[in-house]
Design a protein around this ligand. Structure first.
Ligand code: ADP
Ligand code: MG
Length: 244
């Protein structure tokens, strides 16, 4: 998928400035950069939670021109194909783990209950949460809750999984359980777009690194060059140093 010359403003604040960015299928694109630089706005544009004022979006050959109204049908179709995972899990507190995962397949995909339960068990196994189907979110650790949130996204079989700082709320030992799941998904060539402040993990998982600053793309390319101590961009070298 690809964004071309995207612009987004809030009031008189120009938050995304003519951004052009490709998110190759089967790859992990990692967005890094200072707070407030526009990373979440880019991610949210990809599933149309944010609507840029101008620019184009190519989603698997389907073209959207942000200057034109986007129909609800198009929005729903793209949201279904882009599973979003948030920093704070956003699980339904009054539903069990299993029912959190089956909600989308039964309500949106109109899957029958038995089929949805089987699918839920499959994706919960994938994230190491198969034994927690009957548990409520309040009984889970942050790492467990986030893995359920990932399972919930996977249950929709999205083309892309979008993750906005999925481990920022977690202690390091709980973070590791989530990072392992993401590494496994990467091995399976699940297309992902990840925003993270964990530079060591970004280096490990990224096929491509994008550095965003002040609504602009400062770097878009290989992780090796980005993290190299020889990176000619001093601003990037300082950013990496400040984060590690
Ligand atoms: P990041 O994820 O890199 O921290 P964001 O994409 O969340 O950055 O935000 C980029 C800029 O847009 C920030 O200055 C932020 O304050 C502003 N912004 C984001 N969302 C809104 C909104 N809904 N209303 C007004 N300003 C917003
Ligand atoms: Mg953000």
């Amino acid at each position: 998928m690809k964004l071309t010359q995207i612009n987004k403003t809030y009031g008189n604040k120009h938050v995304l400035k003519d951004i052009t960015l490709e998110f190759p299928a089967g790859q992990i694109t990692v967005l890094v950069g200072p707070s407030g630089s526009g990373k979440s706005t880019i991610l949210r544009s990809l599933n149309l939670l944010v609507m840029p004022e101008s620019g184009q979006y190519d989603f698997n050959g389907h073209q959207i021109d942000f200057r034109q109204p986007v129909s609800n049908k198009e929005k729903l179709a793209i949201r279904r194909e882009t599973g979003m995972v948030f920093q704070n899990y956003n699980l339904f507190p009054h539903k069990t783990v299993l029912n959190n995962v089956t909600e989308g397949p039964t309500q949106v995909l109109k899957m029958d209950r038995q089929q949805a339960n089987e699918l839920a068990r499959e994706v919960l196994t994938k994230v190491g949460m198969a034994d927690y189907g009957d548990v409520y979110p309040s009984e889970l650790s942050g790492g467990q809750a986030q893995r359920v949130a990932i399972a919930r996204a996977l249950a929709m079989k999205p083309r892309y999984v979008l993750l906005d700082e999925p481990t920022s709320a977690l202690d390091p030992e709980l973070e590791l359980s989530v990072l392992k799941v993401l590494l496994q998904l990467a091995r399976e060539k699940q297309s992902m777009v990840l925003v993270t402040h964990n530079m060591a993990f970004a280096k490990q998982i990224a096929d491509k690194i994008v550095f965003v600053e002040n609504g602009e793309i400062i770097y878009d390319g290989a992780p090796e060059k980005f993290f190299s101590t020889e990176n000619p961009n001093e601003r990037i070298r300082n950013f990496i140093a400040s984060m590690t």
